[in-house]
Design a protein around this ligand. Structure first.
Ligand SMILES: [Zn+2]
Length: 560
């Protein structure tokens, strides 16, 4: 890194490390117990606080908001998937769907170089001044997932075991193999990041650690003694911790290498919480008459669900075949035959053909988006609800009214914590692509994909079912030349990251951003100096729009 330090000596640089699903529910106790010395060191030598996610608290909208400083209504990313255009199969987002300037475009404009590693939906990679390595949602098997193009070959050559994704051991129900793969892939990404930081030029460096999220979805019930499915002492008790330890080791190596002019931000896209119950919103929409299943397809749909329920599924079949050295067998059949075998998770791709779309007024695009789409004329292929006006409004109010009274039959309690219309949460030119209703469930509940046996289903029924899911309260750590030391911050927002990076680099915050530079992170003297030096320091652009997360949601619940 020394060669870099000299070329960029006069420039303020920033490193941002994204911890997917980073949560104080695990970090606080493990930092206090001394298990994560480098997270603890950053907190001690810098500032730390809750970082509120977007609604929904989900990787693509939250990380894109962090790197645009804008709410999803302006950058167009609301979920892993987009509103269907041609048919009703899943349409996964990529970098071409992101609207507005990303932080690296702005930095390039000011002559600063950016290195972006494993940012979600960064494929196809933009041709920036700097480098990009594709992150999640990069299609498998492409070889042009980097910019410059030849960087992919360099990484394959220089980084032992180089890969973007973890293995697929979950398909064989292999909890040990899956954990080993999460740990190894995290190690590979750490090695890759250190290599790129040392060998390449950058003023801003971003790296995302993905598997801090995957580990919590699956292994939470093995660690959290309060979880209803905690099995007692078990071999996976510190599975999540093992992945965090890899990240902590990386942070230690990074801290050793950072020079005095570099600011470090470590932040999450969303937090994490235990879940005990899944809610199949599609079942509820069908039960309430907002969504219609074709009469002549009902039997086929029940058969598919029964096959799935009793384990006649691709994951189990592939696992069984592999164990009997018959892994080659499925290759003998065309996709049309393979499609008859239910996938691990049944979602829109499997159910779309059973739905009578002409008679359907509302549906859930994907559980991850935590919303309901009205079936809008001119937006969805067979949309039948006007995009606005009294019919739209009354349908939306009716759904929200009935949903407010959705009760868990086990407790008799309502399950919706908060609900918003899309205009209450987002603003901007892409508002029409957002789900029309956004829902935050009470703690312990999460939506499940597609249709289920019932509206309410017990979570974590199988080893690879989620036992934890995303919550709004994420984390922010900051350390650097002008960052205050040992400070606990009031909750801030994920959209504040991009303006804060610009501020730390001495660049003006863009007026079109919804976020603000978090000046409270910095020494008051430094802030005062910047303020007096020039009028172009606008740390707080006029906020004309709704926040991604209403401030009232900032109440933090922590286990410590
Ligand atoms: Zn997740």
């Amino acid at each position: 890194m020394t060669d870099l330090a000299s070329t960029n000596a006069k420039r303020q640089r920033v490193v941002a490390i994204g911890i997917d699903g980073g949560s104080f529910r695990v970090l606080r106790p493990w930092m206090a117990a001394g298990y994560l010395p480098n997270f603890a060191r950053i907190a001690r030598e810098g500032a730390v606080g809750t970082l509120m996610s977007t609604i929904p608290p989900l990787t693509p909208p939250a990380f894109v908001s962090s790197m645009t400083g804008k709410n999803p209504g302006k950058h167009n990313i609301f979920d892993f998937v987009r509103v269907p255009r041609d048919g009703y199969r899943r349409s996964v987002i990529n970098s071409t769907h992101v609207r507005g300037n990303k932080l690296w475009t702005i930095l390039n404009h000011y002559g600063r170089k950016a290195g972006i590693v494993h940012f979600p939906a960064s494929y196809p990679p933009e041709h920036i001044d700097g480098f990009i390595v594709g992150g999640i949602l990069t299609p498998k098997g492409v070889d042009s997932h980097t910019w410059p193009v030849e960087l992919a070959d360099e990484l394959r050559r220089e980084i032992p075991g180089y890969r973007i994704y973890r293995g697929r051991q979950h398909l064989q129900g292999d909890l040990d193999g899956y954990l080993a793969s999460l740990i190894e892939t995290t190690q590979v990404h750490a090695t890759e990041a250190l290599y790129l930081m040392e060998k390449k030029e950058w003023d801003f460096f971003f790296l995302m650690f993905k598997y801090t999220d995957g580990a919590k979805h699956i292994y939470w019930k093995f660690w959290d003694k309060e979880h209803p499915d905690y099995p007692g002492p078990n071999p996976y008790e510190d599975a999540i911790l093992q992945v965090y330890r890899e990240v902590d080791t990386y942070l230690g190596k990074l801290l050793d290498r950072l020079d005095d002019d570099t600011t470090l931000l470590v932040y999450s896209d969303h937090g994490f919480m235990s879940v005990h119950t899944f809610i199949h919103l599609q079942n509820w929409l069908a039960r309430e008459g907002f969504l219609t299943i074709k009469t002549d397809e009902q039997r086929k749909m029940r058969t598919l669900m029964a096959m799935h329920h009793y384990g006649f599924r691709r994951d189990n079949l592939v696992g069984w075949l592999k164990r009997h050295r018959l892994g080659w067998f499925p290759k003998m059949f065309p996709n049309a035959v393979k499609d008859k075998v239910p996938r691990t998770r049944l979602g829109m791709n499997e159910f779309a053909r059973f739905i009578d779309w002409k008679q359907t007024r509302a549906y859930q695009l994907a559980e991850s988006g935590r919303g309901i789409n009205l079936h809008i004329k001119g937006r969805e292929p067979h949309g039948c609800v006007p995009a606005d006006g009294p019919e739209y409004e009354s349908l939306r109010s009716e759904i929200m009214y009935r949903l407010r009274d959705l009760r868990d039959p086990k407790t008799g309690e309502t399950v919706v914590a908060e609900m918003w219309t899309k205009e209450e949460v987002y603003s901007g030119p892409y508002l029409r692509n957002a789900p029309d209703i956004l829902i935050e469930l009470k703690k312990g509940y999460c939506f499940a994909e597609g249709f289920g046996k019932d509206v309410f289903v017990k979570a974590a029924r199988e080893p690879f079912d989620k036992s934890a899911n995303h919550e709004l309260e994420g984390v922010l750590f900051a350390r650097g030349p002008h960052i205050r030391q040992g400070v606990e911050l009031e909750p801030t927002d994920v959209i504040d990251i991009a303006p804060t990076v610009l501020y730390a680099m001495g660049l003006p915050v863009q007026g079109t951003m919804d976020g603000r530079a978090l000046t409270e992170l910095f020494d008051p003297d430094h802030v005062a100096r910047l303020r007096s030096r020039s009028t172009r320091w606008t740390s707080r652009p006029t906020r004309k729009t709704a926040m991604t997360t209403p401030r009232t949601k900032s109440a933090v619940s922590r286990t410590s």
